[in-house]
Design a protein around this ligand. Structure first.
Ligand SMILES: *[C@@H]1O[C@H](CO)[C@@H](O)[C@H](O)[C@H]1NC(C)=O
Ligand SMILES: *[C@@H]1O[C@H](CO)[C@@H](O)[C@H](O)[C@H]1NC(C)=O
Ligand SMILES: *[C@@H]1O[C@H](CO)[C@@H](O)[C@H](O)[C@H]1NC(C)=O
Length: 465
């Protein structure tokens, strides 16, 4: 006779089974031969009401999958596909930057992948990013709270289906705007652990790169950074400092300050690459500033109109770093690729690397309280900053970290890779490490893959950077 417990367990398993579909991918179009790593793609339902499912790419560690950490990687934007993280930043594949001639872009193995030391889930989130979709338009209304809550839901259901990874050390990670969401997800996981929610996740900490915080310092630090890097004059800098004193640069109320900031944006910022100030400026690739749009009804109307229109992004100069971003568009929108990835038919018409057509209610709300809750409980955190990023300058990140008032365990020093300085680091008594990546831009591993892999290997094994 079946015990009530068994019946309950069976119902439980059945309920969750229907929430996930996954498949193993051994070959990818554009990549020669079988993939030299384990790749699984799939969907997890995160919004029953609207029929919303998150799409993910899961890559097992190339080292010891059973013991290595499990990393959940979110990409920023919001609504940049996690495929960006996979193919441009920390995954084991990259595009060959060759001129597009109509045939499928080629992919090759990328040796400085974080999958060398960890199992990584690349999650297309929130709904409307990459291949994640909603059957009803309402599912595309997203904000920080819904994004982090659905991500938590995803994680629980994914682990129910992959119980072999429940005991692996778990880290939540991401950069740019995802840096704002990562601590919110980690805090949600922490609360779940406190409540005894099954499965019991083995959260160890989180890592964020050039992260948004919702604090004004992210943007306010752009001016002193631009000044220190020789982009604006001493006089102009002093004029801004004087008229913008005490202002939030995202929403200045002083008209003089507003005028100076417009001048800064239109005359200085607009002609350089704000994600890496030393690299070529390619207007085709410019991302909007972190706090530039909100959810409105007109956004939704545009969404309806654009839904079935294919709008290929223009190709920039072949020398631009972002040339491969456009290659990714052609790759991901090819039918044979979608078939290989087991993308559900009739879900996403057009894959857009960073989808700006959907509403996202950005709030100028600080996430510092999430950092504090996690850090005070001893969870580990790595905050790294490409030091040539003008979007979220390292100097602003350094400021909010300092304002947490934690005591310093190890003061500012250089860290090295291959006998060269790879950046500078500082550790705090409560397991918080800050590190700059010298010469890197907004998404540090995209610019300095070898250094960033060394950084993450050392940090994961609790060694000094
Ligand atoms: C397009 O370029 C690829 C290399 O990037 C090459 O293998 C292929 O033959 C070219 N196709 C055509 C039609 O020229
Ligand atoms: C730092 O992290 C380690 C490993 O997770 C933990 O054992 C230790 O208690 C933490 N330290 C503090 C000060 O919280
Ligand atoms: C840090 O210390 C300053 C000065 O004492 C205080 O104003 C601030 O509230 C403290 N911050 C936190 C997060 O406790």
């Amino acid at each position: 006779m079946a015990s009530p417990l068994l019946i309950v367990s069976l119902i439980f398993v059945c309920l969750f089974s229907s929430a996930l579909s996954s498949s193993v991918v051994t070959h990818l179009p554009g990549f020669q031969g079988p993939l030299p790593f384990y790749l699984e793609t799939g969907y997890v339902e995160v919004d029953e009401e609207n029929g919303g499912e998150f799409f993910y790419y899961f890559i097992e560690s190339e080292n010891k999958p059973a013991e290595d950490p499990l990393l959940l990687w979110l990409t920023g934007g919001p609504r940049c596909s996690a495929f960006s993280g996979l193919v441009l930043e920390i995954g084991p594949l990259k595009f060959v930057a060759a001129e597009y001639n109509g045939s499928l872009p080629s992919l090759v193995y990328h040796p400085y992948s974080w999958t060398k030391v960890s199992n990584v889930i690349f999650l297309d989130s929130p709904l409307g990013s990459g291949f994640s979709y909603s059957r009803k338009d309402e599912g595309y209304d997203a904000n920080d709270a819904s994004w982090s809550e659905q991500t938590y839901k995803f994680l629980i259901q994914w682990l129910v289906e992959h119980p072999q990874f429940i005991s692996n050390p778990l880290y939540i990670a991401g950069d740019s705007y995802a840096g704002k969401i990562v601590p919110m997800v980690a805090k949600r996981v922490m609360d779940g652990i406190d409540e005894g929610k099954e499965p019991l996740l083995n959260l160890k900490g989180y890592m964020i790169g050039n992260p948004a915080t919702g604090e004004k310092v992210d943007e306010n630090s752009q001016i002193p950074y631009a000044h220190s890097m020789g982009i604006i004059s001493d006089d102009f800098f002093e004029m801004i400092q004087k008229s913008c004193s005490g202002q939030d640069y995202r929403t200045p109320t002083d008209s003089q300050c507003q005028m100076y900031l417009n001048l800064f944006n239109n005359s200085f910022l607009s002609e350089i690459n704000n994600q890496h100030i030393l690299e070529m400026y390619c207007p085709e690739c410019r991302l909007e500033p972190l706090h530039s749009f909100a959810s409105t009804t007109s956004d939704k109307r545009i969404l309806k109109e654009n839904k079935n229109i294919l709008q290929p992004p223009p190709f920039p100069d072949l020398r631009c770093r972002c040339y491969v971003y456009t290659l990714a568009y052609y790759w991901a929108n090819s039918n044979i690729v979608r078939k290989a990835l087991n993308v559900k038919k009739g879900t996403i018409k057009e894959w857009i690397r960073c989808n700006r057509h959907l509403p996202y209610a950005k709030e100028l709300k600080s996430n510092i309280k999430y950092h504090l809750s996690l850090l005070q409980r001893g969870y580990r955190a790595l905050v790294y900053s490409g030091d040539h990023d003008l979007m979220v300058p390292f100097s602003g990140t350094k400021q909010w970290i300092k304002a947490l008032n934690f005591s310093i365990a190890e003061d500012w020093r250089s860290w090295h890779v291959g006998g060269q300085v790879a950046g500078y680091t500082m550790t705090y008594s409560n397991n918080l490490t800050f590190a700059t990546v010298k010469g890197a831009g907004h998404t540090a591993p995209e610019y300095k893959p070898q250094e960033c892999l060394a950084m993450i290997m050392r940090w994961i094994s609790s060694a000094l950077l």
